[in-house]
Design a protein around this ligand. Structure first.
Ligand SMILES: [Cu+2]
Length: 166
C-alpha cells in the first residue's frame, strides 16, 4: 500500500560534501519507493548514481546518471539498494558516497519469504469445481425427476394394460 512520500535532505544541514559519513546519516532511516533524496552542494561536486561495485571501489566515469546542478533531487523508484557517489576524483574516497536501501511495499513487514515453503500442491483443484457444481444440481433437479416419474407411470400403465387385456 502506498504511503506518503518523504523528502530526505542528504546530510541534513551539512549537505553533500566531503568528510562526511553518510552511512551514519542513513542509519535509522527507512526509505520507500517514491521517497526523494535531495542533495544540496556547492560547486565542484556531482551526484552520480553508480553500480554497487563502482560504489565500493569509488570508480568514476561509469555513472548511470549524473548531475552537477547543486540541488539534485532523485526519486527512489525501485526497491533495492541505490548507490551514489561524487564523480570528482578523490571525493568519493573522502566520504562522498551514499548507499540507500529501498524496501518494497510488502518487504517492510519482513515476512516476504515465509509464504513460499507452505504452499500445498493438490488442494488448488478443489476450489474451482465448487461453483459449477451448484448450478448443475439446480438445472438437473427438475429434469432428472420428471423422466423417472414418466418412466414409472409408463411402467404402471403398461402393467395395467397387461393385466386388463385378457
Ligand atoms: Cu565532490
Amino acid at each position: 500500500m502506498p504511503s506518503l512520500a518523504t523528502d530526505y535532505t542528504v546530510g541534513d544541514s551539512t549537505g553533500w560534501t566531503t568528510n562526511m559519513d553518510y552511512s551514519t546519516w542513513t542509519s535509522g532511516k527507512t526509505f520507500a519507493v517514491g521517497d526523494t533524496l535531495v542533495f544540496n552542494y556547492g560547486g565542484g561536486h556531482t551526484v552520480d548514481e553508480v553500480s554497487a561495485s563502482d560504489y565500493s571501489s569509488c570508480a568514476v566515469g561509469n555513472s548511470l546518471t549524473t548531475d552537477s546542478s547543486g540541488a539534485t533531487s532523485i526519486t527512489l523508484k525501485t526497491p533495492g539498494t541505490h548507490y551514489f557517489i561524487c564523480g570528482v576524483p578523490g571525493h568519493c574516497g573522502n566520504g562522498m558516497k551514499l548507499a540507500v536501501t529501498v524496501g518494497g511495499g510488502g518487504a517492510a513487514a519482513g515476512g516476504g519469504t515465509a509464504t513460499t515453503p507452505t504452499t500445498p500442491t493438490g488442494t488448488s483443484t478443489n476450489t474451482p469445481t465448487t461453483t459449477p457444481r451448484t448450478t448443475i444440481n439446480n438445472n438437473s433437479s427438475s429434469s432428472t425427476i420428471s423422466p423417472s416419474i414418466t418412466m414409472l407411470l409408463i411402467t404402471l400403465v403398461m402393467a395395467l394394460f397387461m393385466f386388463s387385456l385378457p
